[in-house]
Design a binder for this molecule. Structure first.
Ligand code: SAH
Length: 372
């Protein structure tokens, strides 16, 4: 727990950690529940306003703890209402968070790492390399800050869904991501249902198993190719966790009898993965995996050589999957005028790491997963 020199950031704590903290302070564990509620249900950022806590305990908390979320460095609102924040972290790096309002829901897309160590060839975030994992406070702090800002009295826009589809690979930061997910699901905090919180992964099999054991949320897998030869190129981690094993892990993800299905993301790249024979191969691959497929129009960014499939090709690909009995939707591109669409979340982080050291860090991050 926090020592005297580093005040505990209350946003770093899920309910268990807050309860343990108060017990350690000689207080009752339910104080942790109260603080969790003040922070995340009421959006309170000042312990002195936590009125059901005694004045003396509040003063003690004010002296020994902080409530410190990432700061908004820049905010942009797209023509379609999509809102993007650039949050500045203490280290000076920035991460991006996006809110996508729709008629019946509001989805917040959050980041889990600064940069990303997985060099998926079509993704702008991957081009930047990996800098570091986000802390719990930095992950849940994106939700905390966004919810506070979206709560304007004249036009409140509730966050109903959260997806970990921003910068980074959430399952390479599993400990912190799991704590943050617990806060999202906790009835004393954001109280989101398990179907409305989605973790997206490139397909790290051991970490998928751990996630499944520790917290009940929805899973999305970035598939992008119907066979190993192509996926090895587009999503290089496939060489470590090839499709046959990944499909088995997906079949095993939800408990038997569950009606939940895995979402497979498939970015549509012209003349790379969008032919009808590839659609048929994809249908065969997913034949016995309870799934739905989300076809994502590729969002271009400066320097990429990929192009998005044509509208006709997208529609034909979708039709082919549906004819084979699969559920396939085409994701509406949102916020592309402010570079907030998938894969455009580049952020702005100062990574001075020489390339070799950076590569070593990525290798060690991957071997962490392998060791799990
Ligand atoms: N690393 C995790 C979380 C990021 S999710 C994962 O890969 O699942 C972001 C999603 O957007 C992934 O499916 C990713 O493959 C996709 N994506 C990345 N770049 C894109 C781009 N330029 N256009 C469309 N989708 C992209």
């Amino acid at each position: 727990m926090a020592d005297k020199s580093t005040p505990l950031n209350l946003l770093d704590c899920d309910k268990e950690k807050l309860r343990a903290y108060f017990v350690e302070q000689g207080e009752k564990p339910f104080r942790g529940d109260q603080v969790l509620q003040w922070l995340h249900q009421y959006g309170c950022n000042d312990v002195m306003s936590m009125s059901n806590i005694s004045q003396s305990l509040r003063s003690r908390l004010a002296d020994t703890t902080t409530i410190h979320a990432p700061e908004t460095a820049f905010k942009q609102v797209s023509k379609d209402g999509t809102c993007k924040w650039l949050f500045r972290l203490d280290c000076g790096n920035c991460i991006e968070t996006v809110f996508i309002p729709e008629e019946n829901r509001g989805t917040l897309c959050i980041s889990s790492q600064v940069g990303c160590g997985f060099n998926c060839t079509f993704c702008a975030t991957g081009k930047q390399g990996f800098n570091r994992n986000l802390t719990v406070a930095e992950i849940i702090g994106q939700v905390f800050a966004a919810v506070r800002e979206l709560k304007s009295p004249e036009n409140p826009r509730p966050v109903t869904n959260i997806v970990l589809m921003g910068m980074g690979e959430p399952l390479l930061n599993t400990d912190n991501v799991i704590s943050a997910l617990r806060i999202m699901l906790d009835d004393l905090a954001y109280g989101l249902s398990k179907r409305r919180v989605t973790v997206s992964t490139t397909g790290l099999i051991p970490q998928m198993r751990r996630l499944r054991q520790e917290v009940d949320v929805a899973l999305a897998v970035s598939l992008h190719a119907p066979n190993d030869a192509l996926r090895d190129v587009l999503v290089p981690i496939n060489r470590k966790y090839p499709l046959a094993e990944l499909m088995q892990a997906c079949r095993d993800f939800y408990p038997p009898g569950s009606r939940q299905v895995v979402t497979f993301e498939y970015v549509m790249l012209q003349d790379v993965n969008d032919s009808l024979s590839q659609a048929k191969q994809l249908a065969r691959l997913l034949r016995d995996v309870p799934s739905k497929i989300n076809l994502i129009p590729f969002n271009p960014y400066p320097g990429t050589t990929y192009q998005c499939s044509t509208r006709e090709r997208l529609a034909d690909f979708q039709q082919c999957l549906m004819a084979a009995g699969l559920v396939a939707t085409i994701r509406k591109t949102r916020g592309d005028d402010i570079a907030a669409a998938c894969g455009q979340l580049v952020g702005d982080f100062a990574d001075k790491t020489p390339r070799r050291r950076l590569a070593a860090r990525i290798v060690s991050a991957v071997s962490e997963v392998q060791a799990a």
